[in-house]
Design a protein around this ligand. Structure first.
Ligand code: ZN
Ligand code: ZN
Length: 310
């Protein structure tokens, strides 16, 4: 089951020629999710071929560099005769301003747009095999981060063992894998725990939005496979990071380390670094042992299962 994250915009508040304001596209087996939509997000979706079938849009906060792409994107969806509903999730108290932003172009989309306000701790979206939870960020306006957390998967089915026990190949295999005991023709009962291993963890992706380093990020998911963290500044901007309620790459690294993340993506890079990411990467690596990268617009990563056997 593929889980793919595409970085559509990796700049801080001010875009550069190379970097668009924030937007992150996540595709998981037919589900398309968008996290934030800075100005120009729809063109990034075209350039990087993510498609427009997004069903859920998660807004971290109402700063322009995270939402100015929404009206244009919705207008294009409307021109494309979209009929499918779009759910927009945003922090509490944001509904009216989002409605005004969407209506600012003079027309309302003809497909249903539902705005859903979320508080930290809420499950913003529940799907078949995963959920997206909101968690508290620390920014200078009401702001949340989001964690996509997959359910545990069933344990591995030991086919050889099942055959040894005399279970005939067929529906009894899946019955056991589903957790039900089966009775063989000679009356023997085979229990699932004899042939099914322990449940295996799913994958998780945590996205902070704009934030100072906070404990909420560490608690958002247990050992996330990917942590996408605000890294607006390098060490030279640590004071400014505190004042403007952002993080440095080193602070992002410390949070990744505390959370036990496998990979760390440094994003929301200030335009003052003119695309240079060397300091950010080096400083995060001093405090975090996992893989660190600073994606460019259009970079995509696949998230493998922790036991990488699928
Ligand atoms: Zn921002
Ligand atoms: Zn912001």
């Amino acid at each position: 089951m593929a889980l793919r994250v595409t970085f559509l915009g990796t700049s801080g508040a001010v875009p550069t020629a190379e970097r668009n304001p924030t937007a992150i596209h996540v595709a998981r087996e037919g589900d398309e999710l968008l996290f934030d939509a800075g100005e120009g997000t729809q063109r990034q979706m075209m350039r990087f071929s993510t498609g427009f079938s997004v069903s859920q849009l998660f807004v971290t906060h109402l700063h322009g560099d995270h939402v100015f792409g929404i009206p244009g994107l919705l207008q294009t969806m409307d021109f494309n005769e979209r009929a499918a509903p779009l759910a927009v999730h945003a922090p509490r108290g944001c509904r009216r301003r989002l409605e005004e932003l969407i209506a600012a172009g003079g027309t309302r989309p003809s497909f249903p747009v539902r705005i859903d306000e979320v508080a930290p701790g809420d499950v913003a979206y529940r799907a078949d095999e995963y959920e997206v939870r909101a968690f508290d960020a620390d920014h200078d306006t009401r702001s949340v981060g989001y964690a996509l957390v997959e359910d545990e998967r069933k344990g591995r089915f030991d086919r050889e063992r099942a055959e040894e026990l005399g279970v005939p190949v067929g529906p009894k295999f899946s019955q056991l894998h589903e957790g039900d005991p089966v009775e063989l023709e000679d009356g023997t009962v085979v229990r699932p725990e004899q042939v099914v291993g322990d449940p295996r963890p799913g994958r998780s992706v945590v996205y902070t939005g704009d934030t100072r380093p906070v404990a909420g990020t560490v608690e958002a998911a247990d050992e996330p496979d990917l942590l996408i963290h605000d890294a607006t500044f390098a060490d030279d901007g640590v004071e400014r990071a505190g004042k403007t309620a952002h993080s440095t790459a080193r602070q992002a690294g410390a949070i990744a380390s505390e959370a036990g993340a496998r990979r760390l993506a440094l994003t929301h890079l200030s335009s003052r670094y003119a695309g240079r990411t060397g300091d950010h990467l080096a400083q995060a690596r001093e405090v975090f042992d996992g893989e660190v990268f600073a994606p460019d617009d259009g970079d995509a990563v696949e998230i493998p299962y922790p036991d990488a056997d699928e």
